[in-house]
Design a binder for this molecule. Structure first.
Ligand SMILES: Nc1ncnc2c1ncn2[C@@H]1O[C@H](COP(=O)(O)OP(=O)(O)OP(=O)(O)O)[C@@H](O)[C@H]1O
Ligand SMILES: N[C@@H](CCC(=O)O)C(=O)O
Ligand SMILES: N[C@@H](CS)C(=O)O
Length: 525
């Protein structure tokens, strides 16, 4: 435990009400599938509103990949309640379709038959569609059908001036806050392998997902590939990672070096993409030929974030107003949980992220950067291997020993959170994680394999069974009338908003794309 963390714990202990003011928001993605577990080929249900303008229900990559977004709330229980209500509303409009329970996709049709999400005829709607055509070109539509949970988290803004004063920081409150979030991200890079071990839930996938690509997976049955000790194939090089971005790991020394790295990536042509060009047969096929079309394309495990104004780009918001929260993007959907995540996980994440924010966080040199990546990839592919060792400060260390030590250190933040909120929910959440460290069979990835073996079923059959189970739960609990009506009103209003945008928006799409691209090239930090 560093002196810095001890000092910060004391300061927090003297300001406990602040620990009730952290904000949490969840984004949950899931595929719409038929009752046979095949990808739905139907359009985004109109009863769910406009995917372009409905702030709670939209689509991610595919027309069949739903994304549910909760508001940012202080009580994670209320966030999960909001997410659960969205699921219940959606199920009231899905007809005979289901929400696919895990992260890895169902049996998919041919690449060209995976429908790319449509957002209408406004310029921003067309830009979102062309961006997705570019993703198809660059990474394939199949990979983009993977679904994740994104956990958004912020500490109370009032905390930062307190810390800055206590530590004699000379920078502005805004710069101190941004630096503190970048320091959180550096510690997240150091320790997020632990989240993969504890919450990874994608040890297996449908064989068709690989489209015949070479792999080192093992065959579980005729339709299923897996690795016996994997925790999250979704976060491995076979899943939501990309080799084209391998050299991209931005520098997390400070906010400007981070935004600089991204600005360079969205402004630097990438020869294989240049060869393809932005148009084919007169049709847009990608927004530009740069390493990243836009900053959203950088698939990092965690992102510094600032809520954007209408039409503003993420880098513009970060550069002008600093970091406001972090988006944790590496969490798998737990197929045993109706909404893919539960309160125990959320409470652990809160204590973990507070630990990352407040523990000493030196700059990452190249050696340590590589070590962080190597530890993460080792755990996603074989985190449950008995006796597995990782590397810390260049030395081997047993995963279980390091995990136990980390959980003990995180326990001090859990204790403060419990003192602030009353009860012992955070301490209980940590004990549940320690139990998984002591017995790997308790991890969700082990449970997925155990359940498939127990029922002698393929990944797809297991996932469909879970999807049907959760569908029943949601359909058996329709929303109270006033909540149902509130969702229906939101949907109607979003459709009207999209129609207004399409009537209002004038101007040439090519010029719109050019202006969008230019909007961040001119930014100076
Ligand atoms: N200050 C904050 N602290 C914690 N969470 C926040 C904060 N502000 C916003 N959020 C949450 O962050 C999430 C933002 O999700 P949303 O999809 O709207 O934006 P985005 O992730 O930037 O968009 P995209 O997914 O298109 O990149 C929401 O769940 C929201 O509740
Ligand atoms: N579907 C991706 C995230 C998509 C996006 O970049 O938002 C995931 O599995 O997390
Ligand atoms: N959400 C993913 C897929 S569209 C992205 O923004 O790249």
């Amino acid at each position: 435990m560093s002196d810095l963390l001890n000092r910060r714990l004391s300061l927090l202990g003297a300001n406990l009400p602040l620990l009730k003011q952290c904000l949490h928001g969840i984004e949950r993605e899931c595929l719409r599938v038929t009752d046979e577990g095949r990808l739905a080929q139907t359009p985004h249900p109109e009863a769910l509103g406009s995917a372009l303008t409905n702030e709670q229900i939209t689509t991610d990559y595919s027309e069949s990949l739903l994304e549910f977004i909760t508001p940012a709330l202080a009580d994670p229980a209320k966030v999960l309640e909001s997410l659960e209500q969205t699921h219940r509303f959606v199920y009231s409009k899905l007809g005979d379709e289901y929400l696919w329970s895990p992260s890895m996709p169902c049996t998919l049709p041919a690449e060209e038959d995976i429908p790319i999400a449509e957002y209408g005829t406004s310029n921003i709607g067309k830009l979102k569609h062309v961006y997705r055509k570019g993703l198809a070109l660059r990474y394939g539509r199949t990979m983009q059908c993977i679904a994740g949970i994104h956990y958004n988290f912020s500490l109370p803004e009032a905390l930062w001036p307190l810390l800055r004063e206590a530590e004699g920081g000379q920078e502005s409150d805004r710069d101190y806050q941004s630096s503190a979030y970048i320091a959180l991200i550096r510690n997240f890079r150091r320790y997020s392998w632990l989240l993969m071990y504890l919450f990874g839930a994608s040890p297996a996938l449908d064989k068709g997902f690989l489209r015949g690509r070479p792999h080192q997976l093992e065959e579980l049955d005729a339709e299923t590939l897996y690795l016996p000790y994997a925790t999250s194939l979704r976060m491995s090089d076979l899943g939501y990672q990309s080799n084209a971005q391998a050299g991209l790991t931005p520098c997390y020394n400070n906010l400007s070096s981070y935004t600089d790295s991204l600005r360079k990536a969205v402004g630097t042509p990438y020869p294989p993409y240049v060869e393809v060009g932005t148009h084919k047969d007169g049709e847009w096929v990608q927004l530009n030929t740069n390493i990243l079309q836009i900053e959203n394309e950088y698939y990092s495990n965690i992102r510094p974030k600032r809520v954007t104004y209408t039409g503003e780009r993420p880098i513009q918001a970060l550069t002008s107003r600093g970091v406001q929260y972090v988006e944790v993007r590496c969490l798998d959907i737990n197929p045993f949980l109706p909404v893919g995540i539960d309160l125990t996980e959320a409470r652990f994440l809160d204590a973990f992220l507070l630990f990352c924010a407040l523990e000493n966080s030196p700059q990452l040199d190249n050696g340590e950067c590589g070590q962080c990546t190597s530890n993460f990839l080792t755990v996603v592919k074989e985190g449950r291997r008995p006796g597995l060792e990782l590397r810390r400060d260049g030395q081997p260390i047993g995963l279980k020993a390091w995990a136990s030590e980390l959980i003990e250190r995180i326990g001090q933040l859990a204790e403060l959170l419990d003192r602030a909120n009353g009860g012992d929910e955070h301490a209980k959440a940590l004990r549940a994680q320690q139990a998984k460290v002591d017995d790997a069979s308790l991890t969700p990835s082990a449970q997925v394999l155990a359940r498939m073996t127990e029922h002698d079923e393929s990944f797809v059959k297991f996932a469909l069974r879970q999807s049907r189970l959760h569908a029943e739960t949601f359909r058996d609990q329709p929303l109270p009338v006033e909540r149902q009506q509130a969702f229906e009103t939101l949907a109607r209003e979003s459709l009207a908003e999209q129609a207004r945008l399409e009537q209002q928006e004038v101007g040439d799409f090519d010029l719109f794309v050019g202006a969008y691209q230019a909007s961040i090239l001119a930014i100076s930090n």
